[in-house]
Structures are given as C-alpha cells and as structure tokens.
Design a protein around this ligand. Structure first.
Ligand SMILES: Cc1cc2nc3c(=O)[nH]c(=O)nc-3n(C[C@H](O)[C@H](O)[C@H](O)COP(=O)(O)OP(=O)(O)OC[C@H]3O[C@@H](n4cnc5c(N)ncnc54)[C@H](O)[C@@H]3O)c2cc1C
Length: 236
C-alpha cells in the first residue's frame, strides 16, 4: 500500500474549506524523461516550496517534484494559524535543550512569522493573511496555566500578550463557554495563511530565474534516479 495515495484520489485535492475557496491552479505537468537542475526539492508543501523559492531567489535553478498536487499534504489541510513558538512550550524546551538553544528555537520561530508575512505580502497580496492570534481557554485551570505561560514569555522573551476575562471574551466571540483569552497584539502578530498563498508561489507561468519550476502528479521520487547530480525518470 502506498500511503501517498491510499486515502485520497490521485491528483485531486480532498474536500476542504481551502479547496473550496482558494483559486485552483491548473495541474502542473508530469515529469517525463530527463531534467537537470542545481537542486531538486521533493514535496510541494511549506517546507519544499519555501526551500525551492529561497534557493531560486539566490539564483539556483530548482525543480520541485510533487506526488499529488501543490499543497496536498499537511500544508493544505491545517488550521492556518501562524502562532508563536513551537508545539512544546519554552520552559519545557529549556529543560530539554538548555536556555540558549531554547532561545535560538524561539528566535527561529519568530523569524519564520516575519518570513511568512513577507512572503504573503510579496507573492500573494490578495491572500487573507490576517494579523492577530488568540488562545481561548475552556476552563479556569487552562486560563490560569495559559496566563502563567504568557507571563513567563513576558519575563524571559520580551513577549507581550493581552488577557481578557470570561465576560470580555464573551463580548468578542459571542459565547461564555471560554474562561478567558490571551491575544497577541497586531504588531507582533502572526496571522492566518490560507492555501491561496502556497499555490501562488509555485505558479507554472512564473517558473524561471528567481522562481522554481514545479511538476506534480506522479512525479514521485521512487520513480526517479539521481546520477552524478542529474535527475532521470527511471521509466524513460
Ligand atoms: C490537521 C492539521 C492542522 C494543523 N494546524 C496547524 C496550524 O494551525 N499551524 C501550524 O503552524 N501548523 C499546523 N499544522 C502543521 C503543519 O501543517 C505542518 O507542520 C506543515 O504543513 C508541514 O509542511 P511540509 O511541507 O513539511 O509537509 P506537507 O505539507 O505534508 O508536504 C509534503 C508534500 O510532499 C509530498 N510527497 C511526500 N512524499 C513524496 C514523494 N515520495 N515524492 C513526491 N512528493 C512527495 C506530499 O504529497 C506533500 O504534498 C497542522 C497539521 C495538521 C495535519
């Protein structure tokens, strides 16, 4: 069983809000035969597209190979929240890695927010990148823990958040189910990045210098061979 295709129809985005609302690109061609490039990126999600774009902007010729469609994987199915930090909080990271490396990871994550915002402004000005992020809490315990987490960031990472109590939260979101909310201010704000953005980046008509070229659907690395820095279609 090939997990790349077992849950989805080949070459078709799964039903989602993104697929329903983003402007779809025409499918990219399937790679046939032989191509030569400075770099070959496998997978057209955030990781692959960002790598390809930044290499291409530095003047390298880059090809992107995608087994399904651009943004087909997690990058086209996620919550779209561009949040701060990592999926482990900073005190836990500090315990695991030491303060200095934890700080480095925090700084990388903060830089990635800026890169995301700049990419949206440069390549997809019509994308719905919205500054601002809020964490809402289901219980008083969660709200207290969340607040302590943000206070730690304020004391150690120069990071500010604004806290709303249960009634102020209800005024904004229209339900009193949440026991409070922490908001980042628009200046520091991350945002939401819709699928539109990653689709714009790899537009085929823009392939060339400063832009990666992309192939998708059945451009699976298993079928390709790399020989002395050149890429061959193993079937052709
Ligand atoms: C439900 C969900 C919600 C999430 N919410 C958030 C969120 O709100 N905020 C956040 O920051 N992160 C979120 N994430 C995490 C985030 O989406 C991922 O970290 C990110 O998209 C990973 O990007 P990627 O490019 O590394 O991988 P992917 O986007 O998965 O891209 C990998 C690509 O490689 C292709 N591929 C794989 N193997 C091959 C092969 N052999 N040959 C050719 N192509 C291949 C796949 O088809 C795919 O398109 C969420 C994830 C999920 C699943």
């Amino acid at each position: 069983m090939n997990l790349l295709f077992s849950n989805d129809k080949r070459g078709q985005y799964p039903d989602s809000w993104y697929a329903a609302t983003a402007t779809p690109l025409d499918p990219f061609p399937t790679l046939k035969g032989e191509i030569t490039a400075d770099a070959c990126v496998v997978g057209a999600g955030y990781t692959g597209l960002s790598t390809a774009l930044h290499l291409a902007e530095k003047g390298y010729s880059v090809v992107v190979l995608e087994a399904q469609r651009v943004g087909f994987g997690a990058s086209g199915r996620n919550g779209g929240q561009v949040g701060h930090g990592h999926n482990m909080d900073q005190p836990s990271l500090e315990k695991k890695l030491g303060k200095s490396d934890a700080r480095l990871l925090w700084d990388i994550a903060e830089e990635s927010i800026k890169i995301t915002r700049d990419l949206a402004a440069k390549h997809a000005p019509d994308a719905l990148f919205k500054p601002g992020h809020a964490s809402a809490y289901f219980s008083q315990k969660e709200a207290d823990t969340g607040r302590r987490g943000y206070e730690y960031l304020a004391a150690n990472y120069d990071f500010e958040a604004e806290y709303l109590d249960r009634s102020a939260t209800a005024d904004i979101i229209g339900t009193d189910q949440y026991y409070g909310m922490a908001e980042t201010t628009p200046d520091e704000a991350p945002g939401e990045t819709p699928a539109e953005m990653k689709i714009e980046i790899a537009g085929p008509s823009t392939a060339g210098r400063g832009r990666p070229a992309a192939w998708e659907v059945a451009s699976i690395v298993n079928n390709l061979e790399m020989r002395q820095g050149r890429l061959f279609d193993a079937d052709g």
